[in-house]
Design a protein around this ligand. Structure first.
Ligand code: DLL
Length: 431
């Protein structure tokens, strides 16, 4: 049986498996983690109360601060002798969130990553360049083990060093590139400066994840790189990448539900959202033994589609994550996600996919400034032409968002490039 046969399991079998695994993980967490023992006792719930999957609602949520407060190893369910790997979340300030993996967890992680890459059409014949960071971040090593499990050739490149990335793509005949979409754009530019047209190389697939990106960005990169792009999703607290992945239909990301149980809740009432309504994604790890988490509130906003995909996978699909509850800017009462601004900018000829959003407060009013790079050929010495262009950008953003904005046109290359996750928002209100 191939690993990915599990993607096509009949729904009833999958649900029975999920319930059995849910009971097991609750029992494990209760036995091994004092915080869960206490929380379950407060709610007077044990694994024996879980008669159907809907009973998951009786269990308490886990939030980021629970993990942070348990720093470093307080939520591990296995003794250190069984932990074989430690990763941390990518937060920039304060203490990180720490996750421990047993041998079992490393194996299941490689399995879900191999299923991820199979869904993207990657085979043992591919040569794959991994440009997510290797280290405490889960992207590099997570992808690495999955590609090896699949039997593909892996180049553990990590992020940055764009000239070398471009050189190896050419010289090694790399067919698959994996990393963040924002770094990919930078790589395309660097390659062009070196005289390398990535469309003319053997590259055919790009796998992107670790940050939000839009359909407009997909089209832009597919065209400039000559690839088909796939979206993959995950987070450190749950395992890293490998929670969900697109198939060749590109209509949502299949959640590896036999390992991760998804729910969608209303972040204010904490009640489940019915049908395929939008809300906050909550995940439970069903099989992890090192650091299992029950009903983790991801803060990522998405929705779940439960009809079978035309690819035949029975796994439900989540919509691409356009933003997090904590990324949402509230500007003069209007909710704005950076991804909305990205989509608008990319629909304007001459605007480049390099942008930053600066929020500031003038008096009691919030101000939104969008800084966007302008294509070289659009950059003009004539003040009037530039003003007209800026006005067009302002009008377009204002008509979609219904919000007054300032637009600052920037010279090509002037906005900071990232080797990993891009920093799109500078919020000066928090100073
Ligand atoms: O970014 C794990 C990962 C690595 C995923 C490589 C995919 C590829 P963290 O650093 O813990 O882990 O960040 C997790 O990043 O909660 C989302 O907000 C965001 N995110 C991850 N993938 C996507 C995606 C890794 N495909 C946080 N689309 C998550 C949108 C994403 N947002």
């Amino acid at each position: 049986m191939a690993l990915w046969d599990k993607d096509f399991m009949p729904r009833e079998d999958l649900r029975a498996l999920q319930l059995e695994r849910l009971r097991q993980v609750v029992a494990r967490a209760r036995a091994a983690i004092p915080l869960y023992r206490l929380r379950f006792a407060e709610k007077a719930v044990t694994e024996d109360d879980l008669k159907s999957l809907d009973d998951i609602r009786r269990l308490p949520f886990t939030v980021k601060t629970d993990l942070r407060d348990a720093y470093p190893f307080g939520l591990f369910a296995a003794p250190m002798e069984d932990i074989v790997r430690i990763h941390c979340s990518s937060g920039t300030t304060g203490k990180p969130i720490v996750v421990g993996y047993t041998r079992n967890d490393i194996d299941l992680w490689a399995e879900v990553m191999a299923r991820t890459f199979n869904a993207a059409g990657i085979t043992p014949r591919d040569i794959c360049q991994v440009a997510w960071g290797y280290g405490l971040f889960t992207g590099g090593l997570g992808a690495h083990y999955g590609l090896e499990r699949l039997g593909a050739a892996v180049i553990p490149m990590s992020g940055g060093n764009s000239e070398k990335q471009a050189m190896l793509i050419q010289d090694f005949g790399v067919t698959v590139w994996l990393g963040t979409p924002s770094y990919c754009l930078h790589l395309i530019e660097c390659a062009a400066q070196m005289g390398v047209d990535l469309r003319k190389t053997r590259l055919r697939t790009a796998v992107f994840g670790a940050e939000p990106w839009t359909e407009e960005m997909r089209r832009e990169i597919e065209e400039r790189m000559g690839v088909t792009a796939y979206d993959i999703y995950g987070l450190t607290e749950i395992i890293g990448p490998g929670v969900s992945a697109e198939c060749d239909r590109h209509c949502g990301l299949h959640v590896f539900e036999d390992h991760f149980y998804p729910e969608i809740i209303d972040p204010r009432t904490l009640e489940p959202i019915p049908g395929d309504g939008e809300g906050e994604l909550v995940l439970t790890t069903l099989t992890k033994t090192g650091a299992p988490v029950i009903r983790f509130r991801t803060r990522d906003i998405t929705r779940l589609y439960r009809e079978t995909c035309s690819c035949g996978r029975t796994l439900c699909r989540m919509e691409r994550v356009g933003g997090r509850t904590d990324d949402m800017l509230i500007i003069r009462g209007v909710n704005v996600f950076p991804s909305q601004i990205e989509a608008i900018l990319l629909s304007i000829e001459g605007a480049q996919p390099h942008y930053q959003i600066v929020v500031d407060r003038e008096g009691s009013l919030d101000d939104l400034e969008v800084r966007v790079e302008v294509e070289e050929s659009f950059f003009s010495d004539k003040m009037r032409e530039m003003e007209n262009f800026a006005r067009r950008v302002v009008q377009k953003i204002e008509s979609v968002l219904g919000l007054r904005v300032k637009v600052r046109l920037m010279e090509p290359g002037s906005i900071e490039r990232s080797m990993g996750k891009a920093r799109r928002v500078i919020d000066q209100r928090k100073k």
